[in-house]
Design a protein around this ligand. Structure first.
Ligand code: NAP
Length: 171
């Protein structure tokens, strides 16, 4: 219920359709988009929105969620599924090895560990470090490892989805 408006709001900033070559009078090749954390929440909604706009969508899933009902939901969207954990460089590198020669036009670093509401004095160092690894180091490593594919696109874009709750200091 809460995710759909967020997703629609986000998609207002996306081109409504694939790029069109005016001179040739024909649509250009489908653009490839990779969405991390695609099996639920905002990532799943983004998959549906991009597929509806005729993009070639790749959605990432953690290996440990492979048998979760959310994996079947992701599959139903028609997205290509890639498995990796953003905190595990080896799994990202293995996913990149299977990516092939195609360009990556849009990388959406969406995978994250949303914070359950809790008082600041209940937060532990371990919890902060774990969150930093998923929400900050993860997007960097995915972007770094997939950079050769991004460099093959004529107009590559990296979109990072962050959260105000990631601020150390707040009101
Ligand atoms: N929902 C909000 O109100 C809100 C507001 C502001 C920002 N955001 C940001 O938007 C993003 C998505 O949020 P959401 O509400 O859609 O969260 P969500 O429903 O909990 O989904 C998070 C996704 O990230 C994946 N993920 C978590 N840790 C991962 C890891 N180590 N490696 C790979 N994938 C991992 C999850 O996979 P599993 O299913 O395997 O756990 C899941 O697919 C997050 O970055 C969040 O900080 C959300």
């Amino acid at each position: 219920m809460f995710h759909q408006p967020v997703c629609h709001y986000f998609c207002l900033f996306l081109p409504l359709q694939q790029p069109f070559n005016q001179e040739a009078g024909m649509a250009l090749a489908k653009q490839n988009v990779l969405i991390t954390g695609a099996n639920r929440g905002i990532g799943l909604s983004l998959c549906k929105e991009f597929i509806a706009r005729n993009y070639n969508v790749f959605g990432s899933l953690r290996q440990e969620s492979r048998d979760d009902p959310s994996a079947a939901e992701l599959k139903e969207t028609g997205a290509n599924i890639i498995e990796f954990d953003v905190t595990d460089e080896n799994t990202i590198a293995a996913a990149f090895d299977s990516w092939g020669d195609k360009p990556l036009d849009i990388l959406i670093n969406n995978a994250g560990a949303p914070t359950p509401p809790r008082m600041w004095d209940e937060v532990t160092a371990e919890a902060l470090i774990d969150k930093f690894r998923v929400n900050a180091v993860g997007p960097f490593m995915v972007s770094k490892i997939f950079m050769p594919a991004l460099e093959k696109s004529i107009s590559p874009k990296i979109i990072n989805i962050a959260s105000n709750s990631g601020q150390i200091a707040g009101k």
